[in-house]
Design a protein around this ligand. Structure first.
Ligand code: NAD
Length: 261
């Protein structure tokens, strides 16, 4: 329970990888604010699970990561109700699969706002208190698509490459203030986001569900296994330890060897 007394804010954590981060940090004693959309009952059940894991507070914010005003409100609510943010994980993300010449403008803007611009707004809001305390951890969820590309995901790949540049910049700015800033870049991880893009990929490429899973999703992942949510949570926990204080500005792959090729 080495995170007892610390507060974590995780965007996009009502589901998938974000919920995994929340459980992993709560299991080490952190008070957690979760965020995202979804079924009210399921979100409340997750919130209660987090409280029982941590023996500390757990709160939910429905702030929309496309709305800067709501993002700032979420950060100040977290500071007021749980304590100023010690650990920030920018994780909210959506995907849209389309050739660039047909890519809808509203989808492009949503992906940029949710993945990249929200991370700017949260970081700007929480860094002053981290500087004051002389301790902080900022983790941005990247992707193998923060390092390499696949076709039909122009907005997502652009936003994920941008988050890597943002990570490096902030890491340099706060390097002497006890704050580390890193990107965790998972390969294909079995979550609702992946499940959701199977029908569109079936359509665009004219494939069956099995073919999309084995011949598209897992084809470039050398282990031929999906990354597990718990493995990503464990990496985030390690980055919060004192032993990880020299790791900053890094983009750490957890991708079954995807980007080694
Ligand atoms: P997911 O769909 O399970 O979770 C996405 C979360 O973001 C949910 O909590 C959702 O409610 C939230 N969200 C979406 N739009 C939002 C908005 N406007 N405001 C606030 N919250 C919003 O997906 P996931 O697979 O767990 O993805 C989490 C992160 O991991 C994303 O950044 C994604 O790009 C990244 N990632 C996923 C994979 C993968 O294979 N699943 C691989 C690499 C990177």
């Amino acid at each position: 329970m080495f995170l007892k007394g610390k507060t974590a804010l995780i965007t996009g954590s009502t589901s998938g990888i974000g919920a995994g981060y929340a459980k992993a940090l709560a299991a080490e004693g952190a008070a957690v604010m979760i965020n995202g959309f979804g079924d009210e009952g399921e979100i409340e059940a997750l919130r209660q699970e987090l409280e029982s894991l941590s023996n500390a507070g757990a709160l939910y914010s429905n702030a929309d990561m496309t709305k800067p005003e709501q993002i700032r409100q979420m950060c100040s609510d977290c500071a007021e109700e749980l304590g100023s943010v010690d650990i920030l994980i920018n994780n909210a993300g959506i995907q849209f699969v389309s050739p660039v010449d047909e890519f809808p403008e509203d989808k492009w803007n949503d992906i940029m706002d949710i993945i990249m611009n929200s991370a700017f707004h949260t970081t700007k809001a929480v860094v002053p208190a981290m500087k004051e305390k002389g301790w902080g951890r900022i983790i941005n969820t990247g992707s193998m698509h923060s390092k390499v590309a696949s076709p039909y995901k122009s907005a997502y790949n652009a936003a994920k490459h941008a988050i890597d540049g943002f990570t490096k910049t902030i890491a340099l700015e706060v390097a002497q203030q006890g704050i580390t800033v890193n990107t965790i870049s998972p390969g294909y991880t079995w979550t609702p986001l992946i499940e959701g893009q199977i029908p569109a990929t079936m359509e665009v490429r004219g494939l069956s569900r099995e073919e999309v899973i084995n011949d598209v999703l897992l084809a470039p992942q050398p282990t031929k296994e999906f990354v597990q949510i718990e493995q990503i949570g464990a990496l985030a926990v390690f980055l919060c330890k004192d032993e990880a204080r020299a790791i900053t500005g890094a983009n750490i792959s957890i991708d079954g060897g995807w980007t080694a090729q």
